[in-house]
Design a protein around this ligand. Structure first.
Ligand SMILES: [Zn+2]
Ligand SMILES: [Zn+2]
Length: 651
């Protein structure tokens, strides 16, 4: 049979050869590296015989599908360990997830605690050493039912009900057999770094009327080193979790009474957010943006016109009705429709374009309660929104300006590792897009050129554009290597059409403007979450809630310390004093924990010399100096928006 490889090469192999045997013929090194194969676009076991001509791609650990196969196989290995430890348990499903896997298990009368996880890990390591093959067997539905009937596993019997005879497979490794579609890695020996991470309760089929099963989470790697690195990463991610830091640094809170997913900004968080807002506002004024303000609700007809009602009406917050007339209003899910109406509020000429309307607009979107997460997934949030209305040939210039703005934001906040993704139309099928072909072509070209001229590292994705226009998204890597999408610039041919927006061109006739949506932060909530985790709560001097703390060694030096505080405040420095009757060591420790960047220690020597002793968070003593020197240094750091130095720790 003929096997075609990704580079187009075609070679002949014996019918029934497996991907693994083919790889071995190419090189032993290759065979050792691969975990699964893609056969005619489907992920296959390496050991599964290929019966006819096919295209074959080998998948190594770097491939997401290979990882999923590896982790699903690890779920089977864990199930074997659990069954071995607690005979008679029953299994529901055990999928791979984004990072690792879980298995939902009915443990019967057995109880499992966090301390048992270590024992299960050891058992898994033992079973891995046996290097048992994952063996695939095709089985008739009747035989499969008989097997699980005998075993008394009603969960697998339930799964079997939904399966078609002739398409049922079992996978066996060692003593464990599972009803499974596969695919799997060749054998258990490949699973080397093993960590079971958590136990949780999970209702069978996600229905709270059903029995609660035990869900065990785990993650595995092809070697111990990679697991160790991952554990360091996890530890670091935990330390940086914005929900934890948000509480410690008194930035925000949530209240069940107010409602899930509705953040309450505390004074320090509110001020930090306001500074971020002012920072962007200033840059936007310089870039020719005009501020607008729109209400938090809009009438139903606004969203019927925009198309949001038809698309999201049922799945969003339900309308608010006026008591007498029964008029219906929706909480604003996005600011664009309101801005379109502002555009329409007066006749526009080509001379008015580009018109750039900016608003820090708060919007509300229904998210299922299970989806809510700190500040990154909320039900009410404020977008740093703006809509640029321009002529088709202005798209490129506008993109360049927005790219500048986004890069200025990244630079000022210490995001140095980013790429841009340009999403364009499907190259084959162009029937599903709104807007003229000529405009699309021009916009796509404009975006590509703008990105090139701004020397962005870009990838181009065909078929990823929205039906209403192409876009550019920024992907940022944070200090511990996680990727976040920050900053989107989106062309829109749809809303100008729906709202019948026009301008009078140089030719004295009506034309349609192009609309561009853009938000460098995305939303204030999500951005602050990402920033907090990126800098581990050590915000840059220009942004940090408290810039300096004055620490008198004893009450005796309080009057001098208070003078220092006044002087700092007179110079617009955000300063606080620790006037508690505590030992200086404790005051320093507490200030370190609150991540205030600078401390000024005041003792006998400082008072006598009319100086202050400077300490930097995480760095220690920098000696005594004049207060004016400290102020000058701080002002320079604030002016230059010096970002906090952050270290890249893991993958
Ligand atoms: Zn399986
Ligand atoms: Zn918009």
């Amino acid at each position: 049979m003929n096997i075609t490889f990704p580079d187009g090469a075609v070679r002949q192999y014996e019918q029934g050869a497996s991907a693994l045997s083919i790889a071995k013929k190419i090189s032993e090194g290759l065979a050792k590296k691969i975990l699964a194969a893609e056969v005619n676009g489907e992920i296959w076991d390496l050991s599964r015989p290929i019966e006819q001509d096919a295209t074959v791609k080998f998948l190594t650990w770097d491939d997401e599908n290979a990882k999923a196969t590896f982790w699903h196989s690890s779920a089977h290995l864990m199930a074997e360990a659990v069954e071995d430890t607690f005979p008679g348990v029953k299994f529901w499903v055990g999928p791979a997830i984004e990072r690792g896997f879980y298995y939902d298990i009915d443990l019967g009368d057995n109880v499992i605690t966090e301390t048992d996880l270590g024992k299960l890990e050891k058992k898994m390591a033992e079973l891995s050493k046996q290097n048992n093959a994952f063996v695939r067997t095709e089985i008739s539905k009747a035989d499969a039912i008989e097997y699980f009937d005998k075993k008394g596993d009603e969960y697998k019997l339930d799964l079997l009900q939904g399966l078609q005879d002739g398409k049922i497979t079992f996978y066996t490794q060692g003593t464990f057999t599972d009803l499974c579609r596969g695919p799997h890695i060749p054998s258990t020996g490949l699973i080397k770094g093993i960590k079971l991470t958590a136990i949780a309760g999970a209702y069978w089929k996600g229905d709270e009327k059903n029995k609660m099963l035990t869900r065990i989470y785990g993650v595995t790697f092809p070697n111990q080193k990679e697991l160790d690195e991952y554990l360091v990463f996890l530890e670091e991610a935990k330390k940086r979790d914005h929900r934890k830091l948000g509480k410690e640094l008194e930035l925000f809170t949530f209240s069940e009474k107010v409602g899930a997913g509705l953040p309450l900004w505390l004074p320090k968080g509110a001020m930090l957010r306001e500074r971020l807002q002012q920072f962007l506002q200033k840059a936007q004024v310089e870039a020719g943006y005009l501020p607008v303000i729109t209400p938090h609700i809009g009438s139903k007809s606004l969203y019927v016109t925009s198309g949001h009602y038809e698309k999201y009406g049922k799945d969003s917050f339900q309308p608010i009705k006026t008591p007498v007339e029964g008029e219906e209003f929706f909480l604003k899910p996005m600011n664009c429709p309101h801005h379109c109406e502002i555009y329409r509020s007066s006749p526009r000429s080509y001379k008015d374009l580009p018109l750039r309307l900016a608003e820090f607009g708060t919007v509300y979107r229904y998210e299922q309660s299970g989806e809510l997460h700190g500040l990154t997934r909320v039900r009410g949030f404020t977008q740093d929104d703006a809509h640029l209305f321009c002529m088709p040939d202005q798209v490129k210039e506008e993109f360049k300006k927005v790219i500048d703005l986004v890069l200025y934001v990244f630079k000022s906040l210490g995001f140095t590792d980013y790429t841009a993704q340009i999403s364009l139309r499907d190259q084959e099928d162009r029937s599903n897009y709104i807007g003229s072909d000529a405009n699309w072509e021009l916009a796509e070209k404009s975006i590509i050129e703008a990105a090139e001229e701004k020397e962005l590292k870009t990838t181009i994705e065909y078929g990823e554009a929205a039906f209403y226009g192409p876009k550019l998204d920024f992907m940022v890597r944070d200090a511990i290597g996680r990727k976040w999408q920050l900053g989107t610039i989106q062309v829109d041919y749809n809303l100008p059409e729906r709202f019948d927006l026009t301008y009078i061109g140089e030719d004295n006739t009506k034309h349609r403007p192009v609309m561009i949506h853009r938000a460098p932060f995305g939303s204030m909530e999500r951005f602050i979450a990402v920033l907090t985790e990126h800098c581990a709560g050590k915000f840059p001097m220009w942004l940090v809630p408290v810039q300096v703390k004055v620490l008198p060694i004893s009450d005796k030096f309080l009057p001098y310390a208070e003078n220092v505080l006044t002087e700092l405040k007179n110079n617009d420095i955000r300063a606080e004093i620790d006037d508690r009757s505590e030992k200086i060591g404790k005051k320093i420790r507490d200030t370190e924990l609150s991540k205030v960047p600078l401390m000024l220690i005041i003792g006998e020597k400082e008072v006598l010399e009319n100086k202050v002793s400077l300490r930097r968070q995480g760095k220690g003593d920098e000696g005594s100096m004049e207060l004016a020197t400290v102020i000058g240094m701080m002002q320079a750091e604030i002016r230059n928006k010096k970002p906090t130095v952050t270290e890249i720790v893991a993958p």
